[in-house]
Design a protein around this ligand. Structure first.
Ligand SMILES: Nc1ncnc2c1ncn2[C@@H]1O[C@H](COP(=O)(O)OP(=O)(O)O)[C@@H](O)[C@H]1O
Ligand SMILES: [Mg+2]
Length: 466
């Protein structure tokens, strides 16, 4: 066969193979376009797992008639003004989404630009473009995609059930919504109750509200604010305390310059930071936002733009580990100091016993003999108090012992648990686990100080391997 230039429709279908992998990719591209258009509100609807229909409406800038006519052409974009691929500040820049979607589905766009007397609309079906025509719309852009992959039936066979595809759409919207708490989102269709995330203020408080909306109240209650900055790279966001974990890494949301990414480098850094806090089979829940000069990161690695490459990946990794470890250590100190006291204060009687108070004179102390039994006595009779084996008054304790992270050891129970006293609480320690931790910390310290210790055998020992 002779070499020939492929026709435009085939070229677009080939590109669509990379850009539009499944319905969720369409939603991702269209919501990104709405965000790039400066929308403050984005409404998303999907039906049949997005295969039957996807509708995205925004209140962004809209397009003029001329822009609309060009927007569905291959490599047509308004986002690379100086043709500098190193200065990307928008989510899109490849000019591939609309032509790709138009090549494999029935695409219709209605849009209204402020300078136009009315809206315009245009359809592209399986790569065939209609002329633009006047239409009705007050503001922004409305994009409708029907019968996805009708023009490339082979792709249809790779789709999962409607439910799975709908879940992938949700996940895409969740990620983009986390990155932009200042934009309101609604997600409807698929026979589920619609979700609305109201616009929140930019900055950390708004961010936490949006993250709580999406990741749940559990995350909000356990979230630790983290932040680190060096050489123009900022890592900030929220990380759940080690008490909230998942069985997989799907609870880790990562963003680079506002772009949701799945990045091995960042995932590895998160794992490293939590390694001292979590067992191997548990994964933390985090939402981390990396901000850096656009020239320090290459977003043009993957057609779907879900991967990035950092110029100084060592610095980014170190900052993430530092930010997380710092936040976790701060939280550790705070809970050690507070949780005991906040829990205990719920049980504390309104008036504190005087300093010379003796538990033997307490009304709950069992009195034997002829005294009429009361409720307290019956409850107390369940165990024999006998003579106290440890009777420590707060005044007798060396104060600096009380201020140690695990308090002052007081007694041992079942030869397994150490009970210790802090300034206003008590701590029960599994001494076996504590010992393992001490040995582990000692090994780590010695590894840091001296590296791995080794010694050559006097007589070589030969080991056969299969
Ligand atoms: N929702 C929208 N609102 C305003 N303009 C849009 C919208 N969607 C697309 N456009 C315009 O169409 C162009 C092409 O979009 P697309 O094919 O996704 O490529 P890219 O986003 O990479 O530029 C965009 O550059 C933008 O100018
Ligand atoms: Mg785009």
């Amino acid at each position: 066969m002779p070499v020939r230039q492929l026709p435009e429709t085939i070229v677009n279908r080939i590109a669509a193979g990379e850009v539009v992998e499944r319905p969720a990719s369409v939603v991702k591209e269209l919501v990104e376009n709405a965000i790039d258009a400066g929308a403050s509100r984005i409404d998303i609807f999907s039906d049949g797992g997005g295969r039957r229909k996807i509708v995205i409406a925004d209140d962004g800038s809209g397009m003029t008639a001329a822009d609309l006519a060009l927007a569905v052409d291959r490599h047509a974009t308004s986002k690379l003004d100086d043709e500098d691929l190193l200065q990307i500040r928008t989510l899109g820049f490849r000019g591939e989404a609309l032509p790709s979607i138009g090549a494999v589905a029935r695409l219709s766009i209605t849009t209204r630009h402020a300078t136009e007397p009315h809206a315009w609309s245009l359809r592209v079906e399986g790569g065939d473009k209609t002329p633009i025509a006047p239409a009705a719309l007050t503001q922004g852009t409305r994009v409708e995609v029907a019968d996805l992959f009708f023009a490339t039936p082979a792709r249809l066979k790779f789709l999962k059930t409607d439910r799975t595809e709908a879940e992938a759409i949700r996940e895409v919207v969740r990620r983009l919504a986390m990155a932009r708490p200042d934009v309101a989102f609604t997600l409807a269709g698929e026979e589920r109750a619609p979700v609305t995330w109201a616009a929140a203020l930019p900055g950390a408080p708004g961010q936490l509200i949006r993250l709580g909306d999406i990741l749940g109240a559990d995350f909000r209650a356990n979230a630790i604010e983290v932040r680190a900055e060096r050489e123009g790279v900022i890592v900030e966001g929220f990380a759940a305390a080690p008490s909230l974990t998942k069985a997989n890494a799907l609870g880790q949301y990562l963003f680079v310059n506002g772009r949701p990414v799945r990045d091995k480098l960042i995932l590895g850094a998160v794992r490293a930071a939590y390694s001292d806090y979590l067992p191997r089979d548990r994964h933390p829940v985090v939402a981390l936002f990396v901000t850096l000069d656009a020239r320090e990161v290459d977003a043009n690695v993957h057609p779907a733009k879900t991967e990035v490459r950092f110029r100084n990946s060592g610095l980014v990794r170190a900052l993430i580990v530092h930010a997380l470890k710092d936040g976790l250590a701060r939280e550790g100190r705070r809970t050690a100091a507070n949780s005991a006291s906040s829990v205990i204060s719920t049980f504390r009687p309104a008036s504190m016993p005087p300093a010379n108070w003796d538990w033997r004179s307490s009304p709950s102390y069992p009195v034997g003999g002829s005294a009429a039994p009361s409720f307290t006595e019956r409850a107390q009779a369940a165990f024999d108090v006998g003579a106290p084996s440890a009777d420590i008054r707060p005044t007798e304790v060396t104060p600096d012992l009380l201020d140690r992270p695990l308090g002052a050891a007081r007694t041992q129970i079942h030869e397994t648990y150490i009970v210790s006293q802090t300034r206003d609480g008590l701590i029960v320690i599994d001494q076996h686990a504590a010992h393992e931790r001490i040995v582990y910390e000692r090994l780590k310290a010695s590894l840091d100080a001296n590296g791995v210790q080794r010694q050559i055998l006097l007589i070589p020992d030969i080991v056969e391997m299969d």
